[in-house]
Design a protein around this ligand. Structure first.
Ligand SMILES: [Zn+2]
Length: 266
């Protein structure tokens, strides 16, 4: 009986995921039809997750499409700059930055090569327990510390994405401190430095609170990145989430701000 309940719960979960993904697909199609008429005058930081890893769902972008997006950005007069440049100075409307969250393996094996080819500076936000392969399933999914070090030596900026990727809207202050300060200690131990950049797990307004923001400052983070544009927690840096649905038409709409008022799942 217990097993049947478990299977039923899992299939409901699965169905909800499909419903949410379908909703995202239609939202993105619809909003692409009406891009904003007033262009913004600051740079844009793009947020990616994985390349050719379909198991990450809506977060995954195909390699062919990723390359096409870089070319579309360049063809439409954009240039790529480090995320910190936009984070600290705002940047200009033709400036774009690329970031990757989670430390998925494909970022090392696929994205890094493409980004190097186009000489794009970029940032990787690492979940320290995942990259330490604390559990055996993590070994196949996430870049290890040697891989992260090789990216760092190649000029990639490395930032923190916590220790275990919790939802800060749901955890107590003690756990917040461990995720924020503890991950900085992990970086110090593994790579000899503590990052000043941090990306909020899940990154929507409901996933970040005033106590979390205070704890992040106390831990020593200077740049705190959200995963949405206008609807984001106060004091965070905007990023535009690129999804698996973002074909040429949607990506061009995204660059002109069609999703700047959009927030995932809300
Ligand atoms: Zn994440």
């Amino acid at each position: 009986m217990r097993n049947i309940a478990k299977i039923a719960a899992r299939s409901v979960g699965l169905r909800r995921t499909h419903v949410a993904a379908a909703r995202m697909f239609f939202e993105r199609q619809g909003l692409a039809t009406f891009p904003p008429s007033r262009p913004r005058n600051v740079g844009r930081i793009l947020c990616y997750h994985s390349i050719d890893e379909p198991h990450t769902g809506v977060n995954d972008v195909r390699a062919k499409r990723f390359r096409e997006q870089i070319e579309l950005a360049l063809d439409t007069g954009h240039r790529f700059v480090p995320a910190q440049h936009i984070a600290s100075q705002g940047g200009s409307r033709d400036e774009l930055a690329i970031t990757f969250d989670d430390g998925c393996k494909s970022v090392l094996t696929r994205a890094a090569k493409i980004l190097k080819e186009y000489r794009v500076p970029w940032t990787l936000f690492v979940v320290t327990n995942w990259s330490s392969h604390r559990e055996s399933w993590m070994r196949d999914r996430f870049i290890d510390w040697a891989g992260i070090e090789s990216l760092m030596k190649d000029g990639v900026e490395i930032g923190s994405h916590t220790r275990t990727h919790p939802d800060f809207g749901q955890i107590d202050p003690e756990r917040m401190a461990d995720e924020l300060e503890g991950s900085r200690r992990d970086f110090e131990k593994k790579l000899g430095f503590a990052p000043s950049s941090f990306a909020i797990p899940l990154g929507q307004s409901m996933n970040w609170t005033a106590p979390a923001a205070a704890a992040a400052r106390k831990a020593g983070y200077k740049f705190i990145y959200a995963q949405s544009e206008r609807k984001r927690p106060e004091g965070t840096i905007a990023r535009t989430f690129v999804t698996r649905f973002d074909n040429r038409r949607i990506f061009l709409a995204l660059l002109s701000g069609a999703y700047d008022n959009w927030e995932e799942w809300v």
